[in-house]
Write a protein that binds this ligand. Structure first.
Ligand SMILES: Nc1ncnc2c1ncn2[C@@H]1O[C@H](COP(=O)(O)OP(=O)(O)OP(=O)(O)O)[C@@H](O)[C@H]1O
Length: 252
């Protein structure tokens, strides 16, 4: 799976996706196609399956039913190339998951050197470029514990970008941050979107959704109940459950 994959192959296809824990259906017949370069915002109440869905895309969770196709490659039980897929699919979590005993630069160069076998000088040059992009080049030699939450999350984004992925998954990247740090992380995500990155973002930052999303998806009880461009999603949602959710989070 390389950049030579046909550019019209979708970035991600979820076809009849299902995941259950015992009798409980965490995901129930999810169908979603994400085109290359598309930006998808996923929202929904707690426990509706948002994290499970995006974690299935890079196989942090295994699905039970249906199919997942990432950049033209099917993720099935026999998949031997999961590392290859994870190289193409970056993920940023709510908690930054940086290595505390490594500097910012070392956090960013570790995977490119280990997984992509990149020489140190090249990995460091790329890392510095992405630290520039997330607007903290001056923090390269610090340790995560010396940074604010917003700065740490921007390092986590830079670290993912250093693998030069085609797709970025974000799982509530701002929900563990103090309010004053949210916008610095969202601004970086906006820049990334403008660069043409394919993004699937679980977030309740509806301002970000309006600004960046091509489509907003509302999940409830393991299902996608609404999938619409922001202009429709926010003004004329079709589903009553979406309307109720929006009135709760937007306060009207
Ligand atoms: N390992 C597990 N074992 C049992 N149930 C699980 C497991 N992981 C997730 N679930 C359940 O699956 C459902 C979907 O969880 P998921 O984390 O995907 O929801 P979410 O929409 O991302 O929620 P939140 O917004 O709170 O993060 C939840 O009801 C959760 O309790």
């Amino acid at each position: 799976m390389t950049q030579s994959s046909a550019s019209d192959t979708p970035a991600v296809q979820l076809i009849g996706l299902g995941k259950h824990y015992g009798n409980f259906k965490a995901l129930d017949n999810i169908n979603l196609t994400v085109k290359r370069g598309e930006k998808i915002v996923v929202c929904g109440p707690s426990g509706s399956g948002k994290s499970t869905m995006i974690r299935c895309i890079n196989r942090l969770e295994e699905h039970d039913d249906g199919r997942i196709v990432v950049l033209g490659t099917e993720l099935d039980d026999d998949i031997g190339n999961i590392d290859e897929i994870r190289r193409e699919v970056g993920m940023v979590f709510q908690h930054f998951n940086l290595f505390p005993h490594m500097t910012v630069l070392e956090n960013c160069t570790l995977a490119p050197m280990r997984v992509r076998k990149m020489p140190r000088a090249e990995a460091e040059a790329i890392a510095r470029r992405y630290l520039e992009k997330v607007r903290i080049p001056e923090q390269a030699d610090k340790y995560p514990g010396q940074l604010s939450g917003g700065q740490q999350q921007r390092v986590a984004i830079a670290r993912s970008l250093c693998m030069q992925p085609h797709i970025m998954l974000f799982d509530e990247p701002t929900s563990a941050l103090d309010p004053e740090m949210i916008s610095e992380v969202l601004d970086v995500m906006v820049t990334l979107a403008a660069d043409g990155m394919t993004m699937i973002c679980v977030t309740h930052e509806m301002g970000f959704a309006r600004r960046v999303a091509d489509r907003v998806i509302f999940m409830d009880r393991g299902e996608i109940v609404e999938d619409a461009p922001p202009e429709t999603f926010f003004t004329a949602p079709r589903n009553e459950r979406t309307k109720k959710f929006l009135s709760q989070i937007l306060g009207h």
